[in-house]
Ligand binder design. Structure first.
Ligand SMILES: Cc1cc2nc3c(=O)[nH]c(=O)nc-3n(C[C@H](O)[C@H](O)[C@H](O)COP(=O)(O)OP(=O)(O)OC[C@H]3O[C@@H](n4cnc5c(N)ncnc54)[C@H](O)[C@@H]3O)c2cc1C
Length: 452
């Protein structure tokens, strides 16, 4: 078998994967279809092109999960972070990047590496032989998308996301909300209490509909046409179809009794469902939306019980190719049905430049480990890298899997710390201290294995 690592897609994830593997001494070929075949979002033929905003978000590695991911990637000698730092623009606590010089510098550095070559052209099949990483991103070409579907089944590859907002459980007011499945369905107590319910009276419902209709909405991009979201309409579109539509859809109040007010029949009920095995995150069922982010937080905090809600992520609908990774990938990001193939980046169901690069970093190291004969274990879930990869490869609920940003809700709790808003600063510091220590240990262990 060939010792070369083939990486399909030279975006954020593919570039980082290539760098990591080459730095470990492995020969790498990057297969990139641009500029020969274009996407609607990319504008250049550069590797690691940032397609939209120029922000890597917060750079605070003590109090912010994405800042922690920056820290871990820097500690691992990542090319994306090194070049982002070299092309940093003033942006307060955020890491903003001068996008064209950044992408040009990543491209030049990768091309100059003696163990990396770039082959331009579209890959349209999943190969049977050799070591491969597919990092073709949210705009994976159609031909390759069809090949992936043929391998995984059409249900396991989505071409758009329909993201309902996700709320931190510890920010929900349980003196107003309660746990109950509709009609108490389920064989176990856990199933009978699988949903978190927030009741509304008529006035609250009417005010909510007014706010929904008035809220600022984002435009649809090319490819996000109505055909894509049949069956998962944005809530504001449902509200536009009639003020009662939501009460007969995701907000229907039937089969539920509010234990706080057993004699009062709710006019509408918003349901939230557990989003991760840890039970720290809940998604608002059926609440995919194109409302702008600022408007979403205001509108959703009108829901009784969510007045102080903190959001792990807000809702959206985008053109986005991604796998049902919890069912398809093993813990080392290999396709279970074809372990010679790994996936990395946004196609694995993470979201954003930083998260995509991070998953490239892991896939590159693990694939290089396979070639070098060292079996690199995934990092522990107490690190930002480990929390993210654990979520996509098993921690998330496969039935409702949607792309995810890194956030502290993905981390196993640190015991003995104060909960709620008051304890947040100390809690996040404890998460990030633990993560940094565990990430250093993981790097040391995998590096010494690779050298041994
Ligand atoms: C319209 C749009 C706007 C976005 N805005 C933001 C934003 O503001 N901030 C943010 O953080 N994220 C944004 N994203 C998400 C962003 O795409 C990812 O964060 C990041 O670029 C994903 O990295 P990746 O490496 O997985 O994919 P990409 O960076 O897209 O890289 C994938 C590469 O694979 C190549 N490719 C695809 N198919 C093939 C094939 N068959 N053969 C060979 N090469 C192929 C593509 O040309 C591309 O270079 C946006 C996405 C879209 C579509």
């Amino acid at each position: 078998m060939s010792d070369v690592l083939h990486i399909v897609g030279g975006g954020m994830a593919g570039s980082e994967a290539a760098w990591q593997a080459a730095q470990m001494g492995v020969d790498v070929v990057i297969h990139e279809m641009r500029p020969e075949v274009e996407t609607f979002a990319h504008k250049t033929g550069n590797l690691a092109e940032m397609v939209c905003s120029n922000s890597f978000r917060s750079d605070d590695s003590e109090q912010n999960a994405v800042g922690l991911l920056h820290w871990e990637m820097r500690a691992a000698g990542g090319i994306i972070m090194a070049q982002a730092d070299a092309h940093r623009l003033p942006a307060g606590g955020a890491l903003a990047v001068d996008r064209d010089p950044f992408a040009e510098a990543v491209t030049a550095q990768l091309m100059a590496h003696p163990q990396i070559s770039v082959s331009y052209g579209e890959i349209t099949e999943l190969p049977d032989q050799g070591h491969w990483i597919f990092a073709t991103g949210p705009l994976t070409s159609s031909a390759l998308g069809r090949a992936i579907q043929a391998e995984t089944g059409s249900e396991a590859l989505a071409f758009f996301d329909a993201i309902a907002p996700i709320v931190y459980f510890d920010s929900i007011d349980m003196s107003r909300a309660w746990m109950q499945s509709r009609y108490d369905k389920g064989d176990t107590e856990e199933e009978r209490t699988a949903y978190l319910n927030c009741p509304m009276d008529r006035d609250q419902y009417e005010a909510f509909i007014d706010a929904l209709l008035a809220a600022d909405k984002a435009e649809f991009h090319e490819g996000e046409t109505a055909g894509y979201f049949d069956g998962c309409l944005p809530i504001e579109v449902m509200a536009e179809r009639g003020r009662e539509t939501l009460r007969h859809g995701p907000m229907k109040p039937v089969g539920l009794t509010n234990p706080h007010q057993p004699d009062v029949k709710a006019h509408a009920v918003v349901q939230l469902r557990r989003d991760n095995a840890l039970g720290t995150l809940y998604n608002i069922v059926g609440f995919q939306t194109k409302m702008k982010y600022g408007a979403q937080a205001d509108v959703f905090r009108m829901i009784p019980g969510l007045e102080d809600a903190r959001f792990a992520r807000l809702g959206g609908i985008h053109r986005n190719t991604f796998l049902n990774s919890p069912t398809l990938l093993d813990a080392r990001m290999r396709l279970k049905s074809r372990p010679n193939i790994r996936f990395a980046g946004q196609i694995t169901g993470v979201e954003g430049y930083v998260e995509s690069s991070a998953m490239g970093l892991l896939a590159g190291r693990m694939a290089a480990g396979d070639i070098l004969g060292t079996n690199i274990a995934p990092p522990p879930p107490t690190t930002a890298m480990g929390a993210l990869v654990t979520h996509i490869t098993g921690g998330a609920d496969a039935r409702t899997f949607q792309p995810m940003n890194v956030n502290f809700g993905l981390f196993p709790p640190v015991e003995g710390l104060k909960g709620g808003r008051r304890g947040r600063k100390d809690r996040y510091k404890a998460y990030t201290d633990r993560a940094k220590s565990d990430w250093r240990d993981w790097l040391d262990a995998t590096q010494s294995e690779a050298i041994a």
